[in-house]
Design a protein around this ligand. Structure first.
Ligand code: HOZ
Length: 425
């Protein structure tokens, strides 16, 4: 039995499903999860000593590559001075100042410990600010696992949602309306009938939890206009896209200014950090200034903030994003060309350093099209690539990530392996 299989068996005796986050269990693709023992640059190693070129990158944070020397050193130095104080530190101010400087829509920001905390808090804040209860999210967008966000569409276009998880009271889901991503008619109808009762709309501006789905520019512009018209707080969940699709996230890429933004992943440089921030008048409602309560013992952890600060500063190097985007596009174009040579219906696209792979002739525009792609083929492709030493997300519904540590040789080797895999599908 392989070490990975032994560890999986052992893990399942004491951890639900053997994992601390469901997608890691490989349920979607089948087979045995790889237990990672170490990572460096663009590579991870598993318990059997096998090396993989990694396109998960800790689901986004590893934009500089794994175990970047400067980030690791910053963490070690911070840790030597104490792990956590439950009191403010100067480094938190530096982090907030840097975020406000890097992202023009942020006037004030609060640090938390995860993306889930960030979105949950942003929604409470939007409700507190507007005095309204109803919120809008989009089918296929994921914003962490807070109760009001684990909701799927109801029976009709404008009926409130149903829980998508056990343990979520139907009464909570009742306040969440779920719309179809990129569907302009549904958006117009929603605002025409309920616009003045909505506290907020929360959206992944480039959806990264139903594979990768790009928004239509006109759709995003109309969404912004409708929110302004009806006094609805527009929340961009940039936990995944923030500092990933470009230096100013998806909001910079599409030229849309949200009222609030949630961040995570990259801003922690691999350590647990999240943040929510935006308009000063809204952020001033957060306790202790305002009535909206939010708190955390480990919020602004000095060690995590050290990792995040070091990472964010490195992203400001001239040409950083251009070269990262070029490498990501080289991957997606190379994969698409390899599939075409092998006659496989496949498409791929990159947005900055984030990408989507689809076993369908063209990239999907929304949730229904994502669901229509050939999942069985993806699963076979995933396992062939894994066997060949290339680690993609273990689900057809996740986006992929390229880091600054991926070399041209890494990308070329992945494309060559993919061509061999396509030939076997
Ligand atoms: N939230 C991630 C999927 N989009 C999974 C995180 C994990 O399993 O580490």
């Amino acid at each position: 039995m392989s070490h990975n299989a032994e560890l999986f068996e052992r893990a399942q005796r004491v951890i639900p499903g053997g994992v601390n986050s469901p997608v890691r269990a490989f349920r979607s693709v089948g087979g045995t999860p790889r237990f990672i023992t170490r990572a460096a640059g663009a590579h991870v190693w598993d318990a059997d000593g096998r090396r993989y070129t990694d396109y998960v990158g800790s689901w986004g944070p590893a934009i500089l590559g794994h175990a970047d020397a400067e980030v690791v050193e910053a963490v070690q130095r911070a840790a030597a001075d104490g792990l956590s104080f439950g009191a403010p530190t100067e480094r938190e101010i530096e982090m907030a100042e840097l975020l406000v400087d890097m992202l023009p829509s942020l006037e004030m920001v609060r640090l938390v410990s995860s993306g889930t905390e960030a979105t949950m808090s942003a929604i409470r804040l939007a409700r507190g600010f507007t005095g309204r209860d109803a919120i809008v999210k989009f089918e296929g967008c994921y914003h962490g696992h807070a109760d009001s966000l684990l909701v799927k569409a109801g029976s009709g276009l404008l009926t409130f949602g149903n829980p998508s998880s056990g343990g979520v009271p139907a009464d909570f889901a009742r306040h969440t309306l779920v719309l179809d991503f990129n569907n302009l008619a549904a958006l117009e109808e929603c605002f025409a009938t309920r616009g003045d009762t909505l506290a907020c709309v929360i959206i992944e501006p480039v959806a990264g939890n139903m594979n990768l789905v790009r928004p239509a520019q006109a759709y995003m512009e109309r969404l912004r206009a409708l929110c302004t018209e009806h006094g609805v707080v527009l929340i961009f969940d940039e936990v995944m896209t923030g500092f990933r699709v470009g230096p100013t996230g998806a909001q910079g890429l599409y030229g849309i200014t949200p009222d609030l933004t949630t961040l995570g992943k990259i801003i922690g440089g691999g350590m647990p950090v999240g943040a929510f921030g935006g308009r000063r008048d809204i952020m001033r409602q957060v306790a202790p200034l305002g009535t909206v309560y939010q708190a955390g013992t480990l919020s602004g952890s000095p060690v995590a903030v050290a990792a995040g600060l070091t990472t964010l500063r490195r992203l400001r190097a001239p040409g950083f994003y251009a070269s990262l985007a070029a490498r990501t596009t080289a991957l997606t174009e190379g994969l698409a060309a390899a599939a075409a040579r092998r006659g496989v219906a496949f498409s791929a696209q990159a947005v900055g350093a984030m990408f989507g792979l689809y076993f369908s002739a063209t990239p999907p525009q929304g949730f229904a099209e994502v669901m229509g792609a050939d999942r069985e083929r993806f699963n076979r492709f995933f396992h062939l690539m894994l066997e060949a030493g290339h680690y993609f997300a273990p689900s057809a519904f996740e986006a992929g990530f390229v880091s600054a540590a991926h070399t041209e040789a890494d990308i070329t080797a992945t494309i060559a392996a993919a061509e061999a895999a396509f030939a076997q599908l």
